[in-house]
Each structure stands twice: as C-alpha cells, then as structure tokens.
Write a protein that binds this ligand. Structure first.
Ligand SMILES: [Zn+2]
Length: 344
C-alpha cells in the first residue's frame, strides 16, 4: 500500500455517487475492473464500490497502474485547479485588481476559457473575487461579496490573506510556501519503526508537515514537489521519537509542533480533532457542529481526509454517526489499535 491516500473512502465514494463537481480535483477514483480513473463528477455509470479505490491525484493513480478516463479527463481538472489556485494568489498579491487578460496569460490559458473555468471552480468571476477582496481589506462589515469570497475556500482553495493575519492562531507554514509546493522550504524526513508499521515523519524547521504510515521520501516529494527534501538530522530524530511515542501511547504529548496548512475550514476541523480527548470519538456531524457549521458534515469528512499529520492530528478519533468504526487512510486495523491504546 503506497497511496491509498489520505482520502476518507466513505467521503470519496459519497462524492462519486453524488457526482459532486465541487470535489473534482481533490482526488480521483480508480476502477479495478476497467483500469481507469475518473473525477467525482464523471458522467459514466458507477462501478461497484468494492471495485473502486481512491487516490489523491492522477499521478498517484497512474503510479498504481491506472489510465485517465477519456470521458471526464480527470487530469485536466488537476491542471485547472492549479491554474485557479495560482490566479487566486495573483489576485491576492496584486495592489490593484489585475485584468482578466493578465491573470489568464500568467496561468497559461485563453482569457474567455479561463474566465469560465474560474467561475465554475469558485462560483464567482475573477473580477468579482478581486472586488470582494478589496471590500474585505477596506474593513467593510460582512458584505455580500465577502460571503461570496467564503465560497472560494469552501470550494477548497486557500483562504484569503486576511485569515493569515492571525499568526498566533495558525498551525504553521506561511501560505505562500504551501501554495508553491513548499518552494524555499527544507523538509527533513525519516522512516521510523513502530508497532503499527513503518512511519514516515517529516518536518520543516517549524514543525511536522507529514506523518504517514507506509510512505517514504518519494511520496513526500510528490506532495511537496518544490521543497528541498533532506534525510535525517538530530532535531528531526528527537521529534520522530516523540511521534513514535504518540503511536505507542497516543494522546500523551499534546505539544508536538505542526507545520500544516489548509483552508480556514480545514484548519478549524483539524483544531477540533486535537481537542477530542484521547480515547473518545466524534462523528463528522459532531465535528462540524463543534466548529459552528453543523451542516458541513461532508466537508468535515473531506477535511479529515486532507489531514497530513496522522496520529498527531487524531483523525482516527472519528467514527460513523451510528457508532461503527468507519474508514481510516492507513487501514481500519491501525485505527482500532490506536483507539484501543488510548482507551487504556
Ligand atoms: Zn471518467
């Protein structure tokens, strides 16, 4: 198992059943019987669930031997998402709203095509987004455009810069470095032995950026393509020892430093996960309610699936609403073992 991804399979399957376009580009689903992978909104008939597995992106699915679906072209979504994310960063960094032509050419698309693409991905046009940022910066109270900007990070893009002002509240790494795949950041890694298997522990100088079972430097480099990936180091060895201790006796070390970044919503969910007392569990609905968004059950599931730091951000403390154990990116057996250790 190299890339059964951090995607919660229940959430991913639900996205495919609903043909949820807003999750296109967040992950792909591969079909064992046909050897192809699709985006969630693919119009093709749904395979049986047991024939589907989920990957974080097309590259991971191809590495597992799958081919892209010719009908829904899942890789174009990936390219589109990168272009939209770049455009959002450009618009945020500009003093004055850049023209559509300038934004489109900076991300390598024809203007009319990019306009449509941006609107489909975020729900608003690039110009409306620039206006909404301007009104936010001007300190206006919650305007219609302000709420419209919320739609962008609800769609899974990085939150507007104003969320990065509260440095003390943030979990780590500056947003620009993450948006650029870790450019300018050195990530140190090691693979530790634990009683639950090999554990990749990776950290920047600020804190842990990836903790995952059954992964190594290749998966790390895929996740942070622009970062400098370096093996070992004394500081990391110390940190890794603490992480291993968390696997063996979870819930004891609450101060492990993190360097992770998600949307404002995802980070709120990750914080909420860290507040669940060891040995207890919550449902996605309870998590969503805990951050004041009781309706965002599915989004809570996606946020848990996007967790980069296994065990330390305890997404294993999420169960189904009916009390059954639910899925886990690294296998239900590991989840069960972690919960059992916490309960002791
Ligand atoms: Zn397809």
């Amino acid at each position: 198992m190299t890339q059964q991804t951090t995607i919660d399979p229940d959430t991913a399957w639900a996205a495919f059943v609903a043909r949820n376009r807003s999750l296109d580009g967040h992950f792909v689903g591969a079909v064992k019987t046909t050897g192809i992978y699709c985006k969630p909104s693919c119009p093709a008939r749904r395979p049986l669930r047991e024939n589907m597995s989920f990957y974080s992106d097309g590259a991971a699915a191809r590495a597992a031997g799958y081919r892209a679906c010719l009908r829904c072209k899942p890789d174009e979504v990936g390219r589109d998402r990168i272009a939209v994310a770049k455009a959002i960063a450009l618009i945020e960094q500009a003093e004055d709203a850049p023209s559509l032509d300038a934004v489109a050419s900076a991300v390598g698309y024809a203007p009319h095509h990019f306009h449509r693409l941006f609107k489909r991905a975020t729900g608003i046009t690039p110009a409306a987004y620039a206006r909404s940022l301007k009104s936010t910066r001007a300190g206006d109270a919650l305007t219609r455009e302000d709420r419209v900007a919320d739609a962008i990070y609800d769609a899974g893009y990085s939150a507007p810069s104003r969320f990065y002002d509260h440095a003390g509240k943030r979990l780590g790494m500056t947003p620009s470095a993450w948006q650029r795949g870790g450019a300018g950041v050195t990530i140190r890694w090691t693979v530790a032995d634990t009683s639950l298997g090999k554990l990749l522990v990776a950290a920047t100088k600020k804190g842990l950026c990836r903790v995952s079972f059954d992964e190594g430097p290749l998966e790390l480099a895929e996740r942070f393509p622009a970062a400098e990936i370096v093996e070992g180091g004394a500081a990391l060895a110390q940190l890794a020892a603490r992480v291993v201790a968390e696997v063996e006796t979870p819930g004891r070390d609450r101060d492990l430093p993190l360097d992770v970044q998600g949307t404002a919503f995802q980070e709120a969910i990750w914080q909420a996960l860290r507040r669940i007392p060891p040995g207890e569990t919550r449902s996605y609905g309870e998590l969503a309610a805990a951050i004041g968004k009781p309706g965002a059950v599915r989004a809570a599931g996606t946020a848990c699936g996007a967790n980069n730091v296994a065990v330390v951000i305890p997404c294993h403390r999420v169960q189904r609403a009916d009390g059954s154990i639910g899925g886990y990116a690294y296998g239900v057996e590991r989840k069960r073992a972690l919960l059992k250790r916490e309960g002791e």
